[in-house]
Design a binder for this molecule. Structure first.
Ligand code: 5GP
Length: 214
C-alpha cells in the first residue's frame, strides 16, 4: 500500500474555464448556454455579500452570505479566490473545484479579473482564461438598463468599473467580442474543446501511447 499518486490517472484532468467581462457584457448568458450543451461542464457557484436580485436562487446563482460569514470563509481557507467588486465580497468555494477537476469534469467560472489572476496563480495548469468584450460601451449601458433590479446609481458604478475590467483583457488566453450571442457561444465552446485536448491534460492518451511501446 502506498500513498504515491497513480503516475497515469485514467481520467483526463478537468478544465477551469474562467470567463471575465464587464458586468452586462453577456458572460453569464454564455456560461449558461455552454452548460446547457456540455454535460461534462459544471458552473461554479460563487459566494457573495451582495443582496439577491429578483429571480436569483440561493445555491443556484450565488450563495448569499453576510460580510462576517464571507470573511470567515476567506480566512478559514474555504475560498479558492476572493475579491471586492463594487464594494461587495465575491469568492469561489474551494472544495467543489478540487473535487470536480480531479474527477475529470470541467468547470466554468463567471468571475472578475482579480479572481482570474488568483485562479491562474493557484491552478496554473488548469485555468484557461476567456475575456468577453461588449461591442461598445453604449451597448453595455443599454444592457445594464434592462436589468430592472439595478438602480441608476448602481448602473453608474458598473459603467465606471467596466473600464477598469476591460483594461485587463490582455491577461487572458482568449478574447471574444459579444456582438452576436450564438457566435459567441460557438467561440467559447471552441475554446473549451481545444483546452480539453491540450496534451498535459490527456492522461488517458499517455496510457494509450505507453501501450504502443513508444
Ligand atoms: P454580479 O453582481 O453582476 O452578479 O457580479 C458582479 C461581478 O462580480 C461580475 O464581474 C462577476 O464576474 C464578479 N464575480 C462573481 N462571482 C465572483 C467570484 O466568485 N469571484 C470574483 N473574483 N468575482 C466574482
Amino acid at each position: 500500500m502506498t500513498d504515491e499518486p497513480d503516475p497515469l490517472p485514467t481520467t483526463r484532468r478537468g478544465v477551469c474555464l474562467v470567463l471575465s467581462a464587464p458586468s452586462g457584457a453577456g458572460k453569464s448568458t454564455i456560461a449558461e448556454a455552454l452548460c446547457a450543451t456540455e454535460p461534462e461542464l459544471k458552473h461554479s457557484v460563487s459566494v457573495t455579500t451582495r443582496p439577491s436580485r429578483a429571480g436569483e436562487v440561493e445555491g443556484v446563482h450565488y450563495f448569499f452570505r453576510t460580510r462576517e460569514e464571507f470573511d470567515a470563509m476567506a480566512q478559514g481557507g474555504a475560498l479558492l479566490e476572493w475579491a471586492d467588486v463594487f464594494g461587495r465580497g465575491y469568492g469561489t468555494p474551494r472544495a467543489p473545484v478540487e473535487d470536480w477537476l480531479a474527477a475529470g469534469h470541467d468547470m466554468v467560472f463567471d468571475i472578475d479579473w482579480q479572481g482570474h489572476r488568483q485562479m491562474r496563480a493557484a491552478l496554473p495548469e488548469d485555468v484557461v482564461g476567456l475575456f468577453v468584450l461588449p461591442p461598445s460601451l453604449d451597448v453595455l449601458e443599454q444592457r445594464l438598463r434592462t436589468r430592472a433590479s439595478d438602480d441608476p446609481q448602481e448602473i453608474g458604478r458598473r459603467m465606471r468599473a467596466a473600464r477598469d475590467e476591460v483594461a485587463h483583457w490582455d491577461e487572458f488566453d482568449h478574447v471574444i467580442v459579444n456582438s452576436e450571442l450564438d457566435r459567441s457561444v460557438r467561440e467559447a465552446r471552441a475554446v473549451l474543446h481545444a483546452a480539453r485536448l491540450r496534451t498535459p491534460r490527456q492522461h488517458p492518451v499517455r496510457r494509450l501511447v505507453a501501450s504502443f511501446g513508444a
